[in-house]
Design a protein around this ligand. Structure first.
Ligand code: ZN
Length: 316
């Protein structure tokens, strides 16, 4: 296949090594303890036995920038190790999905060590056509080191691969006169355990699974009651009233057909179970935790019915 000319510039970057990105903090016990708590891992083997050392799979955590993008400690490189992705973006490959991530560990890191990593653009695949769209698999390898006066030591490696692509079903430039095909929503995977929920949605009901042995409500649906381990259950219809328990606003990457910024909310129903859903009828900047909402049902792509929630004004 003949590649477009701009790909020559992209391919010329393969093998390029980008400079160091340092950790803000030395390896420390509070971060280890908090990470273990979030991951549901017992921290005591890392904090008590044989001196403080970090779980290997925390490796990437140490050198993260935090909430502000590209906010790295002094001494870190100012180069953008992902410049090849920017090159592709300019060419209309605006979407990206992470494909795989592989960690290799050379040794555990101990309290007080300061880490940094370097990035190498490892490979760019030939053009691939996938269900998502057409683009390139791009692989980066980050090598992690511990800074040591007598000579830095490599402690591990992260392979990170993304698919950078132009989404399928987007009208080609010049074809703007004809109506572009609207990409469809991903359809839910429906199993024996979840069929009742989607059937309920089609008839305008928000259904919750209830254990017939102990009466516990549960969502998302599953085959077994987490309280009493009974396999017996029935579906009850919820009122549809609830409140915003938590939410995130997705800005990037933009995946069609969703509109961005895309608010994804965790709604706590008045019955007590929670579900992840989209909000309608509200600007992303106006969403508040605790806001009262009401379920409504919308059809998409000729047949799929999804429950979504609309804020309601509190009756005062
Ligand atoms: Zn039960």
């Amino acid at each position: 296949m003949v590649e477009p000319e701009w790909m020559e510039h992209a391919r010329a970057l393969v093998g390029k090594e980008y400079g160091r990105i340092y950790a803000w903090d030395k390896v420390n016990a509070p971060m280890i303890r908090q990470w273990c708590e979030i991951m549901g891992v017992d921290a005591s083997p890392y904090l008590l036995e044989g001196g403080v050392h970090a779980p290997e799979s925390m490796l990437q955590v140490w050198c993260m920038e935090g909430f502000t993008l590209r906010n790295y400690p002094p001494g870190s490189t100012t180069e953008n190790p992902f410049e090849v992705l920017n090159l592709m973006e300019i060419q209309g490959l605006g979407s990206v999905v992470a494909v795989n991530s592989e960690l290799q560990f050379i040794r555990a890191v101990r309290e007080g060590e300061r880490l940094y990593y370097t990035t190498r653009l490892d490979s760019v695949s030939p053009e691939k056509i996938t269900a998502l769209g057409t683009g390139y698999f791009v692989t980066f390898v980050m090598r992690y080191f511990s800074e040591i006066a007598s000579g830095d030591q490599e402690v591990g490696e992260l392979l990170f691969r993304v698919f950078k692509f132009k989404p399928a079903q987007v009208a080609a430039p010049g074809a703007a006169a004809s109506a572009p095909t609207k990409p469809k929503r991903p359809a839910p995977g429906i199993s024996n355990d979840t069929q009742f929920f989607w059937e309920g949605a089609r008839s305008g009901q928000l259904r919750i699974q209830r254990c017939t042995a102990c009466g516990t409500l549960r969502h998302p649906p599953g085959p077994v009651c987490s309280q009493c381990h009974s396999f017996e259950w029935e579906a009850v219809t919820a009122s549809g009233r609830g409140q915003v328990y938590s939410f995130v606003v997705m800005h990037y990457p933009e995946v069609p057909p969703f509109e961005y910024p895309n608010v994804i909310a965790l709604i706590e129903l008045e019955e007590g179970t929670r579900l992840i859903t989209q909000l309608v009828g509200i600007a992303p900047t106006d969403v508040r935790i605790g806001q009262k909402v009401q379920a409504e049902f919308h059809s998409y792509d000729g047949g799929m019915v999804l429950p979504q929630f609309r804020p309601v004004r509190s009756a005062n």
